[in-house]
Design a protein around this ligand. Structure first.
Ligand SMILES: Cc1cc2nc3c(=O)[nH]c(=O)nc-3n(C[C@H](O)[C@H](O)[C@H](O)COP(=O)(O)O)c2cc1C
Length: 181
C-alpha cells in the first residue's frame, strides 16, 4: 500500500538529536514506530501499525537500493543507507538509516529494525542525490522493469568494485574528502 497523495516538493527536517525508529516483521510490515517517526511522517500509530513499510516510499528512491537493502538484511547483515521518504501529505524528508535484522534466542531473524538520523547534507547533495539520479535513470531506461533493475544493480556493483569496498563502507567513506586531513 504505497501512498498516492500528490508530492508537494516541500522538504521537512528533524533535529540532530532525534532518532526516527521503526521495527518490522519479516515481510516489512510495521510493528513499532516511535513518536519522532509518527510526527515527521504525519501518521498516527494506528495508521502505520501492520502496514507495509512502503507506505512512506518516495518515487525518487531507486528500487536497486531497496533490493540491496533486503538482500543484505536477509543475509543477516546490517546496512546503512540514505533514504528519501514521503509524508502522509506528500512532503518529503531525507534520513541516514541504519537498518539491522533482529535475532531471536535461536539465532534466527525474527524481524528488522531501523534507526534514522539527520543525513550529512554535503554527502547527500554531492554524492547520494547524483548516484540515485543515475540509478533511477538506469532503472527507467531499458524496455522492461526487470532489465532496468538488473542494470542498476550492476551499476552499484561496478561502483563498489571501482572503489574496492562493500556498500556500507562505501557509504561511510563518501564524505571523507570533506573532512580536514
Ligand atoms: C526495518 C525496515 C525499515 C524500512 N524503512 C523504510 C523507509 O523508511 N522508507 C522506505 O521507503 N522503505 C523502507 N523499508 C523498505 C520497504 O520495506 C520496501 O522495501 C520499500 O519501501 C520499497 O517498496 P516497493 O518494493 O513496494 O517499491 C524498510 C524496510 C525495513 C525492513
Amino acid at each position: 500500500m504505497s501512498n498516492s497523495v500528490a508530492l508537494t516538493g516541500k522538504e521537512r527536517t528533524f533535529s540532530e538529536d532525534d532518532i526516527i525508529v521503526s521495527k518490522t516483521d519479516l515481510k516489512g510490515r510495521i510493528t513499532y514506530a516511535n513518536k519522532v517517526f509518527l510526527d515527521i511522517a504525519d501518521y498516527t500509530e494506528k495508521e502505520v501499525l501492520g502496514q507495509p513499510h512502503n507506505i512512506i516510499r518516495h518515487p525518487e528512491m531507486p528500487r536497486s537500493i531497496f533490493k540491496l537493502m533486503w538482500q543484505t538484511l536477509e543475509a543477516g547483515q546490517e546496512i546503512f543507507a540514505y533514504v528519501i521518504n514521503r509524508t502522509k501529505h506528500g512532503d518529503h524528508y531525507w534520513v541516514y538509516a541504519h537498518v539491522t535484522p533482529s535475532f531471536g534466542r535461536d539465532g534466527k531473524i525474527i524481524g528488522y529494525h531501523s534507526n534514522r538520523r539527520v543525513p550529512d547534507r554535503h554527502v547527500l547533495d554531492d554524492h547520494v542525490k547524483p548516484l540515485y539520479r543515475k540509478l533511477l535513470d538506469e532503472e527507467a531506461r531499458p524496455a522492461s522493469r526487470k532489465d532496468g533493475l538488473i542494470s542498476a544493480e550492476r551499476m552499484i556493483a561496478d561502483l563498489l568494485a571501482e572503489n574496492g569496498v562493500a556498500y556500507d563502507e562505501f557509504i561511510a567513506t563518501l564524505g571523507r574528502e570533506l573532512e580536514p586531513a
